[in-house]
Design a protein around this ligand. Sequence first.
Ligand code: 6PG
Length: 468
Amino acid sequence: KAPWIGLIGLGTMGAALALNMAEKGWPVAVHNRTESVTQQFLKTAGPLASKLTGAPTLQALVDALTPPRAIILMVPAGEVVDQQIAALAPLLDPGDLIIDAGNANYLDTERRFHDSRGAGYDFMGIGVSGGEEGARHGPSIMAGGEARQWQRVGPLLRSIAARFQDEPCAALLGPGGAGHFVKMVHNGIEYADMQMIAETYAIMRDGLGLDAPRIADIFAGWNGGPLESYLIEISAEVLRAVDPLTGQPMPDVILDVAGQKGTGRWTAIEAQKLGVAIPVIEAAVAARNISARPEARARGAQTFGALPQRLPPDALPAADLEQALIAGKILCYAQGFEMMTASSTEFGWNLPLPVIAEIWRAGCIIRSAMLNDMAEALRNSPDDDLIFAPFFSAKLIHAEPALRRVVAAAMQAGIAVPALSAGLSWFDAMRTPRGSANLIQAQRDFFGAHGFVRIDGQDVPHGPWGAG
Ligand code: 6PG
């Protein structure tokens, strides 16, 4: 049977996705700008090659597909996507669909979606999470687009997605850029999850003087409890790995400079635009930026004295660190979900938060046992902030003292814990009925005559500040 699915871009992710589709029984035509890559790919596809058709040119790809076609782009996000669409669009027939499966900025996806209207082709943007392994054997798929397009490609995408208790982790989440928006928030949370794990690692390594294998054991232990997650699991695994050159633990020979491709930064930027506080994610992005300035950090150590200091022995039991991480994680997700609620209001998307939590339960990088509880909590009280869902408020009440002890001890020893402390400060602010913004209102009114509201509800156009 001739394929109706095409895929452009046989890099790591594209190749894995094509093999995944072929394995699930879908014939796929594939194209790569450099033809030798296509040839090589087909050679290594083994028995799956029978489901795959190589196309040396875009025209050959289009010709190999039965209309209405669906062509998945797995090319680097940004301009390359626009170039591909521009080259492909004139070759397509009405009803054909282009699907951008890269890590696009949702604003680009919105624009591309609008440009496709009346241009003779349809467009969808889907967020795909899970790295190469996920793309090959089951990613989490966050789709944006119209229901009629989802009707057509939904069965395909659900068949290749990861499964949680037999439920595919793929869903249409909203129109236009909604899928890529949710993927962006996923990545923001990914940054924060990773940062908070790294902060507990720093406390154990620098504050408690534990070596990598010991920390690996502690993470592995946590993975058997409420923190069970892909990121905790791989943290244990990388801490156990040994450098073949020196015999030292692998993480000990890796430079402490974190890379980033920008999706976490986009989350912080979009949260600011929406006026939503996501300080845990913002702190995680900032921490990567600070990590990227090793010379300045070395100079800081010289000028101000090197940190961190060792904590007193037995200052913090590992159980405290585990509880701190549980609390930090709940706080971070609460912020991420709040951001998605705000985007729904702002863009009229009506993002299905329980479904999002559900399709994050398997396949994606942030998959964790806790997401199952979150899905349930959001189903039971879809309009409530996550911290007020009874299951999670109970967890927070239980974990808060440990989070406070951990942040206080880290601060005392000079161990930077920007994400955990940002979570705690947010939590503290969220339970302070009378904050300090009254003073800010007075200051604003003093220098700008902005007015304020009195505690008795009365609007005051200007305060009694003398000549000010
Ligand atoms: C995923 C990941 C994936 C990729 C990010 C990492 O969900 O599979 O998020 O998309 O790993 O690009 O981003 P950084 O390079 O910015 O850390």
